[in-house]
Design a protein around this ligand. Sequence first.
Ligand code: 5RP
Length: 240
Amino acid sequence: MNDRRSVMERIRGMAREALANAPDEADSATIRDESAKRIITEADVRDLEEGARLRIAADARLTPLAADIVREKRIELVRRTARRGASAPQVIAIGADHGGYEMKEELKKFLIELGHHVRDFGTDSTAAVDYPDFAHAVARAVSRGEADLGIIVDAAGIGSAMAANKVPGVRAAACYSVELARNSREHNGANVLTLGSRTITKEQMREIVRTWLSTEIGEERHRRRVAKIEAIERQYARTT
Ligand SMILES: O=C(CO)[C@H](O)[C@H](O)COP(=O)(O)O
């Protein structure tokens, strides 16, 4: 039974990945597709014609020279954005305190249904614990690259965000709605989501998580601002 379920999950995951990678109708006129690259260099753009369209990954960066050529030749960059609900399988670290334990268990089932790999950092019951311990464990996994993203649940979702945001490289956002979830990814590149089990229903949790996972950071201006957040972090980083 478990084998059958895991085969079904893998098939669903592959279908989602294929959908996410399929070209958009609107992209059929794209002259070149460089969406597999994270860095677009001069070599990728120099032979494109004036006004050409170039399809690139949502989080791709352009070297200064490539950016100059794009500007000069008025090349249209078509950034690829993930379709709603169509995120590729990822490793997601999850955690909760006693107030978030039950919702964390629902969340775990939901993430597995979506085809993601879950690393559960506890807690494992409704016995009272301290949320910073669990928020820290999830945030550290994201910071070290042991998980792609993290989701933490406590009663309000606020304390866990505060704790997680102390960990270098973590941008945790407490989201109470689908709109905030989308905004936290598109504008702020949030890599940790915190939820308040007493502020949302299980159905809202699923919609918030689905949206959060299937939204990527958007336009150049948002990435520039996130880079500034990172620069502030570096400014205060201890060297000893
Ligand atoms: O929401 C939280 C942090 O943001 C905690 O879940 C909340 O503070 C726990 O409180 P209590 O010990 O009274 O259950």
